[in-house]
Design a protein around this ligand. Sequence first.
Ligand SMILES: C[S@@+](CC[C@H](N)C(=O)[O-])C[C@H]1O[C@@H](n2cnc3c(N)ncnc32)[C@H](O)[C@@H]1O
Length: 248
Amino acid sequence: MTDYRWNLTAAATGYDQVASVIHPHYREIQDRILARLPVAREEAFSLVDAGGGSGRLLERILEQYPQSDVINLDQSPAFLGLAERRLTRFGDRARCHLVRLQDNWDRFLDERPRYVVSMSAIHHLDRAEKQAFYRRCFVALESDGMLINGDEVRPESDRDYLDRLQRWAEHMQQVMSAGRVPTTMQPTLNGWIERNVERFGESKTSGDDCHETVAAQLGSLQSSGFIEVEALWYQEMWAVFAGRKPAT
Ligand SMILES: C[S@@+](CC[C@H](N)C(=O)[O-])C[C@H]1O[C@@H](n2cnc3c(N)ncnc32)[C@H](O)[C@@H]1O
């Protein structure tokens, strides 16, 4: 998987630098995930970020909750290297593990997490992999724990889906033309446009952007055992949705 787009150092460092330029709602989705963590500032809890990349969301969680203990699971050595540097100031409150979300990542857990959060990562899993991942989260979480995912989604209609993809592609082209994206990162964005817009309609496999509707995602959460599944926010290509593991 060394040629997988998120394993290239240029893609990881570029995304780390300009995610909020490329992704029109990057900070807002982080804010919504943070707002859904229903804990008091001084409470101790354990949390997993699935596909946590360079650790930007975890950094905010560690700052906001001084007793929190977090794990970043990601399949990219390049992203994890950035995360380790970013999170080193938090000492052993933050740990990073190189692992695919399709694999048995729960072997890295010392205790059951109260939360699994994720942003812009799970849509890289195909439908069956997502379902298996959500089920693994359900089993791993502590009683009354929560999964919160801020991810890319698609609308039901193909026409609407293509329109939204095109709008995001235009946004990417604008920020590249304006010199706001490092040149080393630009092939990653052009590859995204080629795969998602120019080759729209071609079948997708694991590792592609395997977008699903919010309804399909909520259905997967429900069939994995989660209750109180809900979409907290939804706009264009992005949604934040969550489910709770029943208290036992
Ligand atoms: C667009 S980046 C988002 C990173 C981070 N969550 C953020 O919001 O800044 C996608 C991340 O998902 C990770 N990823 C993609 N597929 C994965 C998989 N199958 N298993 C683990 N991580 C994966 C990539 O390595 C990358 O770090």
